[in-house]
Ligand binder design. Structure first.
Ligand SMILES: Nc1ncnc2c1ncn2[C@@H]1O[C@H](COP(=O)(O)OP(=O)(O)OP(=O)(O)O)[C@@H](O)[C@H]1O
Ligand SMILES: [Mg+2]
Length: 493
C-alpha cells in the first residue's frame, strides 16, 4: 500500500481507544495507536489491528497478548488484568506507538459490539442469509453476482457464528457497496443477536429442516430460531422467503419488512418452472419466460438461484449480468460437487448432511442416473451415506427414514458408514432394498476398502455424511486411485 493510501485509510478508521471503549462500554487502560482492522487470531495478520482476546473452550487468547503486541497490533481489547506497561515497553523497543488497551466485561460481546458499530458506519447494503441448508451456496453465488456489479464483501467460508459474522462485517470498507453475510445458529437466540449486529437490508431464509436439533430442540424450534432473521428486519427492509417451505411461509406474519417469495412448487414472486436435468446442470424457466441453465445439480440449487436473482434485482444488478454470473458460479466446495474420473462420476457432497440436504441430494442423483431400467450405459447408481450429527432423540428414526428414501429411489447399492449405519441399512431393507445391495462399514477407510475395487466406468456414486464422518477423505482416495488408472486429472463439473 502506498503511503498516501495508508494515510487515507488511517483517517477513515474509527478504531481509537476512545471509540472502541465507547462502542463496547469498556474502560481505556492505556491510550495508543489507531487500529485499521480487527483481529482475533495471532496466527493471522495483526499488524495495525485491534486484537480482541476471545476465550474459547480450548484456548484463551489472553495467553497470546504478547505475541499480538510483538506482531504490531495497534490495540488490545481484554477482559482481565493485564500488564499494560509491559506492552508499551515492548512497542517502544520497536519504535512503535504503544498499543491502546481497553478493558471490557466480556470480549466475546465486545467483538459483537465493535461489529455493530462498524456496520452502523457503513453505507453498504447488507444481505443476511440464514436457513438450515444452502446458506453458503447462496452466499457464494450472490457474492459473485454482486461483485460483478459493485464493490462487495462476503463471509469467508461458513463464517456464520458470533465470531464469523463480526469478522465478516469488519471487512466492510468505505468503498464497499454490498455485503453478503451468512448467519447460522446452533443455540436459540443466536440468529436474533447476529441479525441485530448485521442489520440486513435484505434477509433471505433458504429453508427450514431438522438440523442442530440438539441445540434447538425440534423442527418447530429450528423454525422459531430461523424466523429471528425476518423478525429482525426493519420496515424498509426486504424479506425473501422460500415459498415452497411451510415453515418459511409462517415467517411472513412475523416481519415488518416487505415479503417476496421464491419457489418452484407454488405461486411465487420469483419462480422457476419446467426444471430439466441437463448433463451436469439444471435448466429452468425463469418467471415463465426465460430459460436459464445452472451448472449445478438439483432442484434445491434452483431455489438458491432464485433467491440470488431476487436479491440481486433489488440491488440493481441487470438481469443479464446476474444470469451470466450464475452460469459461471462454481459449486461451493464439496456441496454436490461433481467429479468425473475414469468414467466414474462421484457426487462429492461430503461437506455436511441433514435430512433436507440428503433428500435434495438423492433427488439430484436420481436426475443424473434414473432408476434401473431407464438408465443409459449400464452404470450403477451407488449411495454412500454416513450419519447425520446433532439430531438428538429423533436421530434413529431420521436415519431409518433416510434408508427408506434410498430404497424408494431405486438405487443399486447402499453403503452405510459409521455409527448410524445400522439404522440407515435397516430402513432401506425394510423398504424393500435387497439385503445384498446394502453394506454397513465402520468408517470412511472401510468404505474405501469396499469401494476401491468395486467401481467401474459408468457408475455414479453419491457420497454424503456429516462432516465428522470424513467421507471427504474417501472421495479424495477414490479420485486419486481412479486418476491413477485413467492417467489423467479428474475433471470437476
Ligand atoms: N436450498 C437447499 N435445500 C436443501 N439442501 C440444500 C440447499 N442448498 C444446498 N443444499 C445442500 O445442503 C448442504 C450444505 O450446503 P451449504 O453449505 O450451502 O449450506 P449451509 O447452510 O451453509 O450449511 P452450514 O450450516 O453447514 O454452514 C449441501 O449438501 C448442499 O447440496
Ligand atoms: Mg455454511
Amino acid at each position: 500500500m502506498s503511503a498516501a493510501a495508508a494515510a487515507g485509510r488511517a483517517q477513515r478508521s474509527w478504531f481509537t481507544a476512545r471509540s472502541v471503549a465507547k462502542a463496547t462500554g469498556g474502560d481505556v487502560l492505556q491510550d495508543g495507536a489507531t487500529g485499521q482492522a480487527v483481529a482475533t487470531d495471532t496466527r493471522e495478520e495483526c499488524a495495525g489491528a485491534v486484537f480482541v482476546a476471545l476465550r474459547g473452550d480450548q484456548h484463551d487468547s489472553h495467553d497470546y497478548l504478547d505475541r499480538a503486541v510483538a506482531r504490531g497490533c495497534a490495540g488490545l481489547v481484554v477482559d482481565r488484568d493485564v500488564d499494560v506497561a509491559a506492552f508499551a515497553r515492548e512497542a517502544s523497543l520497536r519504535g512503535a506507538r504503544p498499543p491502546f488497551v481497553v478493558r471490557v466485561a466480556d470480549t466475546g460481546l465486545a467483538l459483537l459490539e465493535l461489529a455493530r458499530e462498524h456496520r452502523r458506519r457503513s453505507r453498504a447494503k447488507v444481505v443476511g442469509i440464514t436457513g438450515s441448508c444452502g446458506k453458503t451456496t447462496t452466499k457464494e453465488w450472490l457474492g459473485a453476482v454482486l461483485a460483478a456489479a459493485m464493490p462487495t464483501e462476503r463471509s469467508p467460508a461458513s463464517f456464520n457464528n458470533k465470531v464469523g459474522v463480526p469478522l465478516t462485517l469488519f471487512r466492510l470498507s468505505p468503498e464497499t457497496r454490498a455485503a453478503v453475510v451468512e448467519i447460522g445458529t446452533n443455540a436459540p437466540g443466536e440468529i436474533a443477536q447476529l441479525t441485530g449486529v448485521a442489520r440486513p437490508d435484505i434477509g433471505i431464509v433458504t429453508c427450514v429442516a431438522p438440523a442442530h436439533l440438539e441445540g434447538l430442540g425440534s423442527l418447530a424450534g429450528v423454525a422459531r430460531e430461523k424466523s429471528s432473521l425476518p423478525r429482525g428486519l426493519s420496515a424498509d427492509g426486504l424479506c425473501l422467503l422460500n415459498g415452497d417451505d411451510p415453515a418459511c411461509r409462517e415467517m411472513a406474519a412475523h416481519t415488518a419488512a416487505r415479503v417476496e417469495w421464491f419457489g418452484i412448487e407454488r405461486q411465487a414472486d420469483w419462480f422457476a418452472t419446467d426444471l430439466r436435468a441437463e448433463g451436469a446442470g439444471t435448466s429452468f424457466l425463469l418467471q415463465g419466460a426465460r430459460r436459464v441453465t445452472l451448472p449445478h445439480l438439483g432442484a434445491h440449487n434452483v431455489s438458491n438461484a432464485l433467491a440470488v436473482i431476487a436479491a440481486a434485482h433489488h440491488l440493481g444488478v441487470p438481469e443479464d449480468l446476474v444470469l451470466s454470473q450464475l452460469a459461471a458460479a462454481p459449486s461451493a466446495s464439496r456441496r454436490l460437487e461433481r467429479k468425473r474420473v475414469a468414467g466414474v462420476t462421484i457426487l462429492d457432497d461430503t461437506y455436511n448432511m441433514n435430512p433436507a440436504s440428503a433428500r435434495s441430494s438423492l433427488q439430484a442423483l436420481a436426475d443424473l442416473s434414473p432408476a434401473g431400467g431407464e438408465r443409459a450405459g449400464g452404470g450403477r447408481s451407488i449411495v454412500v451415506f454416513g450419519g447425520m450429527a446433532e439430531l438428538g432423540d429423533d436421530s434413529a428414526s431420521l436415519h431409518h427414514r433416510l434408508g427408506e428414501q434410498v430404497a424408494a429411489a431405486g438405487r443399486d447399492l447402499l453403503v452405510c458408514v459409521g455409527a448410524a449405519a445400522e439404522a440407515i441399512a435397516a430402513g432401506a431393507i425394510a423398504a424393500g432394498m435387497a439385503a445384498d445391495a446394502v453394506a454397513c462399514v465402520a468408517d470412511a477407510q472401510a468404505a474405501y476398502g469396499l469401494l476401491n475395487s468395486e467401481l467401474r466406468a459408468g457408475d455414479v456414486v453419491l457420497c454424503k455424511a456429516s462432516r465428522r464422518v470424513r467421507l471427504d477423505v474417501l472421495v479424495d482416495q477414490l479420485v486419486a486411485d481412479l486418476t491413477g488408472e485413467d492417467g489423467a486429472e479428474a475433471s470437476r463439473g
